[in-house]
Ligand binder design. Sequence first.
Ligand SMILES: Nc1ncnc2c1ncn2[C@@H]1O[C@H](COP(=O)(O)OP(=O)(O)OP(=O)(O)O)[C@@H](O)[C@H]1O
Length: 267
Amino acid sequence: MPALIKLDKLNWAVGDKRILKDISLELEKGELLAIIGPNGAGKTSLLNCLLNQQKNVTGSVNFKGKNISSYTPRQRAKSFALVAQKTAPVFNLSVFDIVRMGLLPHKTLFSLDNDFDKHQIELALEKVGLSDKVHDAFTTLSGGEQQRVLIARALVQKAEVLILDEPTNHLDVYYQHQILALVKSLNITVVMTVHDLNLAAQYCRRLLLLDQGQVIADGAPEKVLTSQLLTQVFRLDCQQELDAVTGKTRVYFHLPTHSQTTGEASR
Ligand SMILES: Nc1ncnc2c1ncn2[C@@H]1O[C@H](COP(=O)(O)OP(=O)(O)OP(=O)(O)O)[C@@H](O)[C@H]1O
């Protein structure tokens, strides 16, 4: 089966700063990929390049065999749903209005909402556990609730690819698991950035480890989350083990012995 998304030697630089370096990867339909790595590794930049949101990119990003730049913005909005870390100001819109925005790529200028649309919005809010907030102003919600509303908006968009930048940011432990279980259950292609390595390992069969704009490892959690690679990238001592309950790979970090004795981290 040909790849749904294919990146070939993708490079992105701003001035003389190389931010993404020679990134190549293929993603099949239905894959759930977590991009991991330290602050500044290039995770969000990679998502932006995937969505054709950066200039001065070399190499290629293909979606269904065609360069991503050859799709119109409307075609891209139908195919890709983005839940970004930073959201544009939304003034006094209600939760319902925000989720409804996910329907826009499917609407013409004059089309009105119908019962089916309303049902889709209610269903999505139910899935993220926010049915009781449907009439609340978006700005009055907590950071975690806002994140869940944005995920509901992506759900009603019914895009083929869901792009999530730190979807578990601001979420308490219950909703971290609830959202990732939900994302996994959608059975669509998902690319997301995740800081919590153990959470990523629990829900994703494939992780992409980035550091300084380069792919350090790409594969199953047990192959990517090795103590050697993580110590190299995060500069902390690291141990890998299998979680007794889930059977999934887990990692633990601690400061190197030298840093503990001198009281400073080596970063
Ligand atoms: N528009 C830009 N202009 C200049 N530098 C940029 C731009 N966007 C990103 N960078 C730089 O590129 C590097 C990667 O940034 P990016 O936001 O992709 O990292 P990240 O892995 O998502 O980090 P974090 O985990 O902190 O969110 C950083 O050094 C950042 O300062």
